[in-house]
Design a protein around this ligand. Structure first.
Ligand SMILES: [Zn+2]
Length: 157
């Protein structure tokens, strides 16, 4: 059974009702809870983040997917980040431009500024292939290099 997990900054809609899933196969929470119990096949965020938080990534089961709107400031909008866990790796793709409410608890000024600069490079956004969590210095393969995470052009193998 597919297990769904939804992250809300505000109550926008009920994901389980939307997905027509039985009540034991989904969970919703406010991002301020800062933890996910168990492993999930699908995690969907309904508010714009600047940072893919580690505790969200840790909650993804193998082959599980995370949909996360990555948004700069209100005027800029951002893009929908689609991640899939493949063992210890996370493949990453852009699913296109979006606008979302900001996600309290998953934003900071430094990442918002870096995301705004990265969004100027539209070709780079379409070329992103993985989310790296290994420590490394920023190089040409990094599209958006954050603290403890990086959206990279490196393909997962
Ligand atoms: Zn990097």
């Amino acid at each position: 059974m597919t297990r769904w997990f939804a992250i809300f900054a505000a109550l926008l809609l009920h994901a389980a009702a939307w997905a027509h899933k039985p009540s034991d196969s989904y969970l919703t929470l406010d991002v301020k809870e800062r933890r996910i119990d168990g492993q999930w096949d699908a995690i969907v965020a309904f508010a714009g983040a600047t940072t893919p938080l580690g505790w969200w990534l840790d909650g993804l089961a193998d082959r599980g997917r995370l949909l996360l709107p990555m948004t700069a400031n209100q005027e800029r909008g951002g893009f929908m980040l689609r991640l899939q866990r493949n063992g210890s790796g996370l493949s990453a793709r852009s699913a296109g431009w979006v606008g979302f409410y900001p996600c309290a608890g998953a934003r900071n000024e430094a990442d918002e500024a870096a995301l705004g600069r990265a969004l100027d490079d539209r070709l780079g956004q379409s070329a992103l292939r993985s989310l790296r969590r290994d420590p490394h210095d920023a190089d040409d393969s990094c599209w958006l290099h954050g603290e403890g995470w990086c959206l990279s052009r490196h393909e997962l193998h």
